[in-house]
Design a protein around this ligand. Structure first.
Ligand code: SF4
Length: 494
């Protein structure tokens, strides 16, 4: 599970890739905004910095956006009552592009010639800066620093008559990754970029005829609201839902999809179905492949909580080494109990995660984690094992070395801060002070997904953070940083 608690010494320190956003939308439910609030709860792991819901009551749009978690912002009756209507969309976010002020909190909303238009976006438009400069030159006035606003301006300035044509016209100018849920007076739109880099699924709440239609980043959100999974929105597909039914459009030339492989490794909840596969089963299988490729003599297999657990189970089953909970995580420690400051921060390691000393003392342990980003987390955990008396500490990682940054909407440190970009595996082992360190191979990762291996001529997924092979042009990924450096009005967020 992701965490962004800045005082969480194990799982934060910027030492995890962070999924940027989760989106959820529903058309045709009595209590649309309440359902969206629940759905966003289930997607909270995809973004914990801010949340927003926009509803449509058939005449007016209503919006509430706030910094912080869904709980605390959307769990009170009076907030939900301010969001009436049978259609609503919502968003949880980290800021990957644009600063984290309230003006960037989604759904973004604008009044267009065709009426209101709300958009919730998961992904990153990698040519947003170029498009933005051009739009500004021609008179567009931006309210936020978010790449998502570019989509609104492209729709607003498109020369087509019908909103849908304007929207498709806008999409055709975008590069990068986007799963979008949009709310308009004409209906709700769910769509994915032609490569399907970011996920989006469609479900139904209520009866087959006349039930409400839902779009969500992950199927787990359907489980939580009691909805039924229908199918994935296909890469390059655009689906319009309104009171007349569901219409699908495919405005792009067909191309081989490249969904993000990291959704399987870490981002998605293990109880979700991604690309037609159970995330939990894939993670377990990654552990199996990892054990086959990188076995080691040891007494215990220990997951790094919580994201390393399914892979650790697979590793233990394949290797025959007992699986044990050697690191115990307290579920009751929050920011309230941990104050900033280096000294207390260090003590906090044991508040939230503690070595199970009687189990570990004198044992050779294999730690299983999903990835190594900066390496600070791994170093702390290895040290914790040694302090608890482990005889040997071996680290096995359920993804290949993360050597490259992501430009598709995942918060990654700059390349020079990625441990794997600076060191070979032996250098990394030395850095984290483990007795041995090994990663699953890229082919092993694909095998865990049911493929024979990576198709190097036509890779089946986006795996650029491991291979450096980006599936789309990165027109101005350097320029994107400049958006955040514009001298904009300082915004007070309360
Ligand atoms: Fe996913 Fe990595 Fe591709 Fe980003 S670069 S979309 S994290 S596989």
């Amino acid at each position: 599970m992701l965490t962004t608690d800045p005082f969480d010494p194990i799982s934060d320190d910027g030492d995890k890739l962070r999924e940027e956003c989760g989106v959820f939308g529903i058309w045709g439910a009595d209590t649309a905004s309440a359902v969206v609030a629940l759905g966003l709860h289930a997607l909270q792991h995809r973004g914990q910095e801010a949340a927003g819901i926009t509803s449509f009551d058939g005449k007016w749009f209503h919006s509430h956006r706030a910094v912080g978690h869904v709980a605390g912002n959307f769990d009170e009756d009076h907030i939900i009552r301010q969001l009436p209507g049978e259609a609503a969309c919502g968003h949880v976010r980290y800021s990957t592009t644009g600063e984290s002020g309230l003006r960037n909190v989604q759904p973004l909303y604008a009044e267009l010639a065709s009426g209101g238009f709300a958009v919730a976006h998961n992904g990153n438009i990698s040519n947003a800066w170029t498009l933005r400069q051009d739009l500004v030159k021609h008179g567009s006035i931006f309210q936020s620093t978010s790449d998502t606003e570019t989509i609104i301006h492209l729709v607003a300035t498109s020369g087509f008559k019908r909103l849908l044509d304007c929207f498709i016209d806008a999409l055709k100018q975008l590069e990068g990754a986007y799963s979008l849920v949009c709310l308009t007076p004409e209906g709700m739109i769910g769509c994915r970029d032609p490569l399907g880099i970011r996920p989006l699924v469609m479900g139904r709440l209520g009866p087959k005829d006349g039930g409400a239609i839902i779009f969500a980043s992950e199927s787990v959100a359907f489980d939580v609201v009691g909805a039924e999974f229908i199918r994935e929105v296909e890469p390059g597909e655009l689906i319009v839902v309104n009171d007349s039914g569901i219409k699908t459009h495919r405005p792009f030339a067909p191309t081989a999809p490249r969904p993000c492989i990291f959704e399987h490794v870490y981002f998605s909840r293990p109880d979700s179905i991604v690309d037609g596969q159970s995330v939990y089963s894939v993670r377990k299988q990654i552990g199996v492949e990892l054990a086959r490729e990188n076995g080691v003599e040891a007494d215990l297999v220990i997951p790094v909580p919580d994201s390393g657990t399914p892979a650790a189970i697979g590793y233990a089953q394949e290797s025959g080494i007992p699986f044990e909970l050697g690191i115990i995580r307290s579920h009751y420690v929050g920011r309230t109990f941990i104050q900033p400051g280096d000294k207390v921060r260090h003590l906090g390691v044991k508040l939230k995660h503690n070595a199970n000393r009687p189990l570990i003392e004198g044992k050779r342990v294999v730690l299983i984690d999903d990835s190594i980003v900066r390496g600070t987390t791994s170093t702390k955990i290895v040290d914790m094992m040694r302090e608890a008396g482990a005889a040997e500490v071996h680290m096995r990682i359920a993804s290949p070395p993360t050597t490259n940054s992501c430009f598709y909407g995942v918060d990654t440190p700059e390349r020079e801060k990625l441990l794997a970009a600076q060191h070979d595996v032996e250098g990394m082992r030395d850095y984290i002070r483990a007795d041995s360190l090994a990663f699953i191979s890229i082919d092993g990762l694909y095998r865990a997904l049911g493929e024979p291996g990576r198709n190097n001529a036509h890779p089946q997924s986006c795996d650029a953070c491991f291979t450096g092979e980006y599936p789309t042009p990165l027109t101005d990924h350097d320029g994107l940083a400049d958006v955040t450096q514009l001298p904009l009005l300082a915004e007070r967020v309360t």
